[in-house]
Write a new protein. Structure first.
Length: 150
């Protein structure tokens, strides 16, 4: 990982012969009293991997609106957003889309606002980010999660 010319932390390798799709994204870093971070887990390339709750920013949507709607979809919960913690760039290949992405990710501190309200796509897991940093699909998610509990 390195700092790019914009001062953002950069994860993954940018190849000069690859066309990258820009992917703005926003994620929540939600911690509990045990210094664990809220994550979702999904199977990718036959491995269970972790993601911070959130996702791609749709046209006309703010990073905060993205986090609120994604957490409602993914976890069936409302969220109370706080300050923006960090931003990063992550280069990665998406098998599902069969393309390379340059993801500009925004990370916000957040808390759940009340109990689960509706059915969710994923089960909420609480993990110690230091112990399972290598299980995150995106290195930038591990970096953001670990930075919030140090």
């Amino acid at each position: 990982m390195a700092a790019g010319s914009s001062g953002l932390r950069v994860f993954g390798e940018q190849s000069t012969n690859v066309n990258y799709r820009d992917r703005p994204a926003a994620y929540a870093v939600i911690t509990n009293s045990a210094n664990q971070v809220a994550v979702v887990e999904a199977c990718f390339r036959d491995h269970r991997q972790l993601w911070l709750p959130g996702g791609g920013i749709e046209a006309g949507e703010s990073p905060m609106e993205t986090i609120e709607s994604e957490i409602r979809e993914e976890l069936g919960r409302e969220v109370s957003l706080q300050e923006e913690l960090a931003q990063s760039i992550q280069f990665f290949y998406a098998d599902d889309d069969q393309c390379w992405y340059k993801m500009h990710a925004h990370f916000y501190a957040a808390d759940f606002a009340g109990p689960q309200l509706e059915a969710s796509e994923f089960e909420l897991l609480w993990v110690a980010p230091i112990a399972c940093g290598s299980r995150f699909f995106h290195q930038s998610h591990a970096w953001a999660a670990q930075g919030c509990v140090e």
